[in-house]
Ligand binder design. Structure first.
Ligand code: RFL
Ligand code: PHB
Length: 390
């Protein structure tokens, strides 16, 4: 098999890259270990920032998003006894959209099928070769058990945090930074109308809680839990009681509505960056190069921003102009580190630990963010998203 760009990973980064390349007449083949149905049903991110929505619209992927996505002006920040709304539109003239990653993925895959782009699912043994040459390749075993070699001009590593691409950058070349946090999120999806107009991020001495949503009938919630938490220790009543307490049920007459829980999982919180994001003919994008804890809602948006830079760089490279490809890693990493900082800042401001001094600092920071226009604008600018190419 031969193509211009071999893309490893059919998550949002990989399929969007394939879409952007196809729009410029560049061929690609996308490989994934999982089935199309499995990738499409993974419950993950829920918030699209302004620049992500602008990009999806510009490339013809904004139709259902425009109809079914819910534009939010901002978020609520709260701690016991207080809830404050931050209006991003007033603060920085930008907003965010509630539109699940499952929906983005579906729109991307539908567009890929409509264009006849090649998505090859259920592959195994993916391996990258000859990245330092102009003829790199990817070998894999297809769903029928047949060994295959995909030759390409360029390989795009969009294979998330567990794929082989990041490890294909030689040890002496790559540098990594990692931080694990001393807590995880227990996330649930529930068949209940949201009890709030916009997301609530709640600091509480029992631990952080987040009230998010997917539609007018489906809500998404998260609770801070210790690392190593077993879901078996969290029956439905304990989850709803924890959410009610931390989100302030009864505070100023506010009520948390409950419903049937349809999905539940525990996610660890991690920051990770690997650089450079390019090695020879291999380019990394999305979670393959960096992971952020979800408190800033940045993971998916950062993957989209990488690919928005990478696609024109690859189009130019294949036409013989190396400048954008040479600049890709440094340009992408500016935004990556900005979002890494913002995600760390939101995470450490909102997750309660045992240290009483740290708690007072968190509350002091929260009070400043909601009462100072500069503080609020700083959060808004980062949350609603910096322009692509920042
Ligand atoms: P993805 O979506 O992980 O896609 C990578 C794809 O690569 C495939 N793959 C391979 N393919 C071929 N050969 C191999 N050897 C391969 N190994 C792996 C995988 O099957 C997969 O399909 O990465 P991408 O495209 O970079 O997109 C990034 C986003 O998915 C990610 O940043 C966000 O979902 C992060 N994230 C969240 N972000 C938010 O902004 N808000 C959230 O609420 C939120 N929740 C989450 C999340 C990530 C999670 N993970 C990764 C465990 C919840 C979870 C559970
Ligand atoms: C979600 O709806 O899944 C979500 C929203 C905001 C976050 C993280 C997750 O910060």
């Amino acid at each position: 098999m031969r193509t211009q760009v071999a893309i490893i990973g059919a998550g949002p980064a990989g399929v969007l890259l394939s879409h952007l390349l196809a729009a410029e007449g560049v061929d690609s083949v996308v490989l994934d270990t999982r089935s199309e149905e499995y990738v499409a049903s993974r419950i993950r991110a829920g918030i699209l920032e302004q620049s992500t929505v602008d990009l999806l619209r510009d490339v013809g992927l904004g139709e259902r998003l425009g109809r079914e996505g819910d534009r939010h002006r901002g978020i609520h920040l709260q701690w016991p006894g207080e809830r404050h709304h931050l209006d991003f539109v007033d603060l920085v003239g930008r907003s965010v959209w509630v539109y699940g990653q499952t929906e983005v993925q579906k729109d991307l895959v539908d567009a890929a099928h409509a264009r006849g782009q090649q998505l090859v699912h259920e592959v195994s043994d993916t391996a990258l070769h000859d990245l330092a040459t102009d003829r790199p390749s990817v070998t894999f075993t297809d769903a029928d058990g047949v060994p295959q070699r995909l030759e390409a001009d360029v390989v795009a590593g969009c294979d998330g945090s567990f794929g082989p691409s990041r490890g294909a950058v030689p040890e002496g070349v790559r540098r990594t930074w990692a931080r694990t946090y001393p807590y995880s999120w227990l996330g649930i999806l529930a068949d209940v109308a949201p009890s709030t107009d916009e997301l609530i991020y709640a600091w509480h001495p029992d631990g952080f809680a987040l009230h998010s949503m997917r539609s007018s009938t489906v809500s998404r919630f998260y609770l801070q839990v210790p690392n190593g938490t077993d879901l078996a220790d969290w029956p439905d009543d304990r989850i709803w009681d924890g959410l009610a307490t931390r989100l302030g049920h009864g505070q100023d007459g506010w009520r948390l509505a409950t419903g049937a829980i349809t999905d539940r999982s525990v996610l660890p919180m991690r920051s990770f960056v690997q650089q450079p994001m390019r090695h020879g003919r291999l380019f990394l994008a999305g979670d393959a190069a960096h992971i952020v804890p979800p408190t800033g809602a940045k993971g998916l948006n950062l993957a989209v921003a990488d690919v928005a830079l990478l696609a024109p760089a690859l189009v130019a490279l294949l036409a013989g102009d190396h400048a954008l490809a040479d600049a890709y890693s440094a340009t992408a990493l500016r935004r990556v580190w900005r979002c890494t900082h913002f995600s760390w800042w939101m995470t450490t401001m909102l997750h309660a630990g045992d240290d009483p001094f740290d708690r007072e600092l968190q509350l002091a920071q929260l009070r400043w963010v909601v009462s100072s226009e500069a503080g609020a604008a700083g959060l808004a600018e980062n949350y609603a998203g910096l322009p692509i190419g920042f």
